[in-house]
Write a new protein. Structure first.
Length: 336
């Protein structure tokens, strides 16, 4: 369900709530109640699998019939960039924040509905044309061997990339460079019992095919870890103790049936926890069968994609191997 459909569903729920007490207000948007929606439009673009540009635009929040009743309130001061900034750097920080906003609003470069080249300031660029990824890794994770026991080191830095393939490549390269032996955990991927009743499904989706599927929200079939590596939790396990989807942790012990980690983001930084294998089902509608995958709900996160939303990072490397389109230029916002 897209944000537009959730928006309209909320409207209907609110109208139903006030129907019994005040039937006249039922005809008003949201039953005449004031509803406050918070968010950044650069970060709430609808995800339409294989959707055309027109379908994506039509699924956006401001394409709803309710949008005409909304009033947009804009925040004008970037408080996040000011935290921890020295007084001598305030003007530089302010200029950077304004540049980021102009980039997100499409105000840089010439007016053009198609492609436009934008000049990025030299101080933000890594100009290594021979091995740019190695230089990006060196900048973001400099002297990594000296800081394996420092929670702040991994908490304050990450590499961002637009696709899972690029992220996996960077994570593998960094994991290989870490000291110590790695441990491999393989998932058990099967069809649900109801799906197995079809011999055709069993023939089309044998275990080796299921193992090679890359599905959103599921860990890889082959999970390679080392002690000291940063990982990200892919499921809500215990919200009260800070174990939520997107929480970052650092591996401290690798067992056969459990993995011990300490939390490095959120409200319980430094707390140790044990993670076991979970049975997970992807929500990807493009798969014609229902799959059950049993694996540790973790992924290595030296590099990450959209899971970086809402995080404040001190040092960020951004790798864009292809031109950035209008639909994904919001990733540049994470330079903050």
């Amino acid at each position: 369900m897209t944000h537009k459909h959730c928006f309209e569903a909320l409207d209907q729920i609110m109208r139903d709530i006030v129907r019994s007490s005040n039937p006249r207000m039922q005809k008003q948007p949201f039953g005449g109640k004031v509803v406050l929606l918070g968010g950044d439009f650069r970060q709430i673009l609808p995800v339409i699998p294989k959707g055309t540009r027109s379908k994506i635009v039509n699924s956006s929040l401001n394409s709803s019939y309710l949008w005409q009743y909304c009033k947009v309130l804009k925040l004008t001061e970037n408080m996040r960039l000011k935290v921890g900034t020295k007084p001598s750097n305030l003007q530089e920080t302010k200029d950077f924040a304004e540049w980021i906003l102009k980039l997100g609003d499409g105000l840089l470069g010439d007016q053009n509905d198609e492609e436009e080249e934008i000049e990025i300031p030299d101080d933000l660029l890594i100009k290594d044309e021979v091995n740019p990824i190695a230089s990006l890794i060196s900048f973001t994770y400099s002297e990594i061997d000296k800081f394996l026991g420092d929670l702040n080191y991994f908490q304050q830095r990450a590499i961002l990339a637009p696709t899972n393939e690029v992220v996996d490549s960077i994570n593998t390269q960094l994991l290989d460079s870490m000291p110590g032996e790695d441990k491999i955990y393989l998932s058990s991927d099967t069809l649900f019992e109801s799906e197995q009743q079809s011999e055709l499904n069993m023939a089309l989706f044998p275990p080796d095919v299921l193992n090679n599927l890359r599905l959103s929200g599921l860990p890889n079939h082959k999970l390679v870890l080392k002690v000291g590596a940063p990982v990200m939790l892919l499921r809500n396990i215990d919200q009260a103790n800070g174990l939520c989807n997107g929480t970052r942790l650092q591996v401290t012990k690798l067992g056969k049936v459990v993995i011990e980690e300490k939390i490095i983001t959120g409200m319980n930084i430094g707390h140790h926890t044990l993670i076991t294998r979970l049975k997970m089902t992807p929500s990807d509608k493009r798969i014609p069968v229902k799959i059950a995958s049993r694996q540790f709900p973790l992924s290595v996160c030296f590099a990450m994609t959209n899971k970086s939303q809402g995080q404040s990072l001190e040092r960020v490397g951004l790798y864009l191997p292809r031109p950035v389109s209008v639909m994904d230029n919001y990733m540049l916002r994470y330079l903050e």
